[in-house]
Design a protein around this ligand. Structure first.
Ligand SMILES: [Zn+2]
Length: 139
């Protein structure tokens, strides 16, 4: 179940964006928070369907778009793979384990973020840094 704090966060972010919290948006957000393994829209759809059998894939996509717009979740894209969704809003990198297919969040130390911003050409500022690694467990 979605906690009161998370429910408040959802409502607050939606209101800030001029939108309402709806049961569909809540259930989609709830399943993303419940299992934070960077699911695809199809995987989220399957989990939501277990709770709300009548929901459509199109509705789930609409909810995901709304949650991304409201900065409650972030899209994670890897080349030649479907978009995944991540509710971790702290600055972090992703590690894609090519053996298991799992995606792990890697915290980025603040000083590293600052150093990365320094390599931008003069006059540019980054709103967001997308950093991803691919690999597997060291042998
Ligand atoms: Zn993530």
């Amino acid at each position: 179940m979605i906690s009161d704090t998370e429910s408040f966060t959802l409502a607050q972010h939606l209101t800030d964006s001029g939108l309402r919290s709806t049961p569909h948006r809540e259930v989609v957000y709830q399943v993303i928070l419940a299992k934070r393994n960077h699911p695809t829209a199809e995987e989220i759809f399957a989990r939501v369907k277990a709770l709300r059998p009548t929901i459509s894939l199109a509705t789930v996509y609409n909810c995901l778009d709304t949650l991304v717009q409201c900065d409650l979740i972030r899209q994670v894209n890897f080349v030649r793979e479907p978009t995944r969704y991540c509710p971790n809003l702290h600055e972090h990198a992703h590690f894609h384990d090519e053996t298991t297919g799992e995606i792990h969040d890697i915290a980025i130390p603040a000083d590293l973020t600052a150093r990365l911003r320094e390599i931008l050409p003069p006059g540019y500022a980054a709103e967001h840094i997308d950093l991803s690694f691919r690999g597997s467990v060291k042998k």
